[in-house]
Design a protein around this ligand. Structure first.
Ligand code: CP
Ligand code: NVA
Length: 311
């Protein structure tokens, strides 16, 4: 049995494989918009395991698998043995004998690494404390859809150096763009992670306005991610000046886009004026989770198919 391809971090795929997946995303999206059925995963089963809440991730994977002709099964820790201490290695052995692809949303990256090491089928990271690769996959596709290639462009990240920020930094290395990160003091990108991504593609700024100067894309996320709720009060104070507002957008490139993975808190990390404004593409970004993940599942389960169809 050959070992499956997993998608645990953004850099699990190469720039060339992303080019293929973005082409397939467009092809699959166009077919879907034209009501043309496409069932390459007929009779295949996706198992989705959630240890944290979700709206978009669950919906996009479940609907996506059905639209590709397969079916999806939802498990959570509250009503499965996963929440009662069954070793993740054992769960991986069992779940991967009954399915064709697995998606997990959990806490530490180590959990999905251990699952993957014991899985017979591809495993997809649906968000961990460290990374959210499926979201950045959809975000970059959305950027390409609106503005063309992201190569050489500058993304301004304003706010917490969380799973989204880490994944943007990784993506910058893989796809060759730049990330300007501005966080409050004490919330900077961890030095070991910064070392991991090198300094060629990212720069840290103390002033969020400076980070946004000339940026082609301005993006942010909640001040308190899932799993860090105990720090909420402290974070509300620390992050008060890291709210993406019209002034920040005004110093970015004139055609800059605004993105947010959602759910958003208007008046905290972004003003209503920006997220509901003309430069915001947050609804396209959310929708593209569906299309990009369908292309990702096709790639992981079936390999590099459809090059002849992709235009
Ligand atoms: N952006 C995102 O992953 O949303 P959900 O938490 O709703 O899945
Ligand atoms: N950083 C956020 C993203 C939610 C989709 C979190 O981890 O809660």
């Amino acid at each position: 049995m050959s070992s499956p391809r997993h998608y645990l971090q953004f850099n699990d795929l190469s720039a060339d494989e992303y080019a293929h997946i973005f082409k397939r995303t467009k092809w699959i999206k166009d077919k879907f918009k034209n009501y043309e059925p496409y069932h390459p995963l007929f009779d295949r089963t996706l198992v989705m395991i959630f240890e944290k809440a979700s709206t978009r991730t669950r919906l996009s994977f479940e609907a996506g698998m059905q639209q590709l002709g397969g079916s999806a099964i939802y498990l959570n820790t509250r009503d499965s043995q996963l929440g009662r201490g069954e070793p993740v290695e054992d769960a991986a052995q069992v779940i991967s004998r009954m399915s064709d692809v697995v998606m997990i949303r959990t806490f530490e990256q180590d959990i999905i690494e251990r699952f993957a090491a014991n899985s017979r089928v591809p495993l997809i990271n649906g968000l961990t404390n460290e990374y959210h690769p499926c979201q950045i996959l959809a975000d970059i596709y959305t950027y390409i859809e609106h503005r063309g290639s992201i190569k050489g462009k500058t993304v301004a990240w304003v706010g917490d150096s969380n799973n989204m920020c880490n994944t943007w930094l990784q993506a910058a290395e893989v796809l060759g763009f730049n990330v300007h990160v501005s966080t409050p003091p004490g919330y900077e990108v961890e030095p070991e992670r910064a070392g991991l991504y090198g300094t060629d593609h990212f720069e840290q700024f103390t002033d969020p306005l400076e980070a946004c100067k000339g940026a082609h894309l301005v993006t942010t996320d909640v001040w308190t991610s899932m799993g860090f709720e105990a720090e909420n009060e402290e974070r509300m104070k620390a992050f008060a000046d890291w709210c993406v507002d019209a002034e920040m957008m005004s110093v970015a490139a004139p055609d800059a886009l605004f993105m947010h993975c959602l759910p958003a808190h208007r008046g905290e990390e972004v003003t209503a004026e920006v997220i509901d404004g003309a430069q915001s593409v947050v609804w396209d970004e959310a929708e593209n989770r569906l299309h990009a993940q369908k292309a990702l599942m096709e790639f992981l389960v079936l390999g590099r198919v459809g090059d002849e169809d992709a235009s």
